[in-house]
Design a protein around this ligand. Sequence first.
Ligand code: FSX
Ligand code: SF4
Ligand code: F3S
Length: 382
Amino acid sequence: MSKQQIKQAFVENIAQNFDAYGFSRRDFLKFCTAITATMGLPFSMSKLIAKTIEDPTRPPVIWLHYQECTGCTESLLRATHPKIETLILDLISLDYSETLCAAAGHQVEEVLHQSIEKNKGKFILVVEGSIPIKDGGIYCKIGGRTAIDLVQDIGQHCAAAIAIGSCASWGGVQSADPNPTGATPLHKILKGKPIVNIPGCPPNPYNFLSTVLYYLTLGKLPELDSKGRPKFGYGRLIHENCERRPHFDAGRFAEQFGDDGHREGWCLYKLGCKGPETYANCPSILFGDVGSGSWPVGTGHPCFGCSEEGVGYTKPLHEQAEVKTFTPGSIYPDIHSEKKGGITVAGAVVTAGAVAVGAKLVTDVSKKLGKHDQKESLSIKS
Ligand code: FSX
Ligand code: SF4
Ligand code: F3S
């Protein structure tokens, strides 16, 4: 059979398996379009993404687990997710994963060494969990070797690495004060390799899948921010895309869990929502593919900043957040223009009021702007 025939057989095999996976080819193409949009790529790229998924070449992946709860793997593989994620995992060659390997002990260690030897400089390393460095790293050992020793040894041979979850990205829950094990993120242990951080506890599976697909399709990593996160997933504050944002702008806050404001779906800022200082796309891509509202704030709980270093597991849950952007929202004209004839603060207030709910809102927003319109950062206290 020629290479072309093998490829054709593989593509047909996927097509036949659509039913087994519980989705149609149409669903598959819809998925490709959605994930292309998640990556911020032009619509036309969705065909290339589909091609990548249908390509029979399976890139080798080695997946290491250290200090964590396995929630990242769980959220990626949850049976409640559409099985399309499973299909993606079928398309990588997951050579080693402590959670998913059927083999154990020396047998699986042998598989790991063989994969490293065979794929030197080519495999993608995924690290889930933080790496303890205190007391010589004794708090996490696998096969008698410390996590720090393993990650440096294996990591030197990878093509690129992905730190999945907040634990591997910045220390996560184990790094909470007083950080008894010296929990440390991957990028501080593994040097000289391209590393992408996909924080979240757990992270949204689509941000991980999009990063892998981006790499496989374009042969390079997506553009990263100063914290090593893909800009497509972490370029915006949660507060910018939250469905409760109009309530924030209008000054309508839930004051207590279960009060009238909470029941009405008002803003959770005063209950400690960290959306105003947390960069993630949770409100846009949601979780679990079950429709609108399927994200923490959507269910009525304040975001606690699980994906943001210095916020999640660091700031008290119900402490009020630092608001990093101005109010009113970015849909309103720039209220800081110094150009003559540009819109004034009062003008912006009037505009906001006109498009929103009327004179009462104008008064509320005016009060806020009066206090804060000169500041770069706005912090509202109750
Ligand atoms: Fe758990 Fe992953 Fe949180 Fe950490 O997720 S969901 S503790 S980010 O490393 O397994
Ligand atoms: Fe949404 Fe939280 Fe911002 Fe309120 S403070 S608008 S609930 S992200
Ligand atoms: Fe985490 Fe906040 Fe998103 S708690 S899942 S970053 S809404």
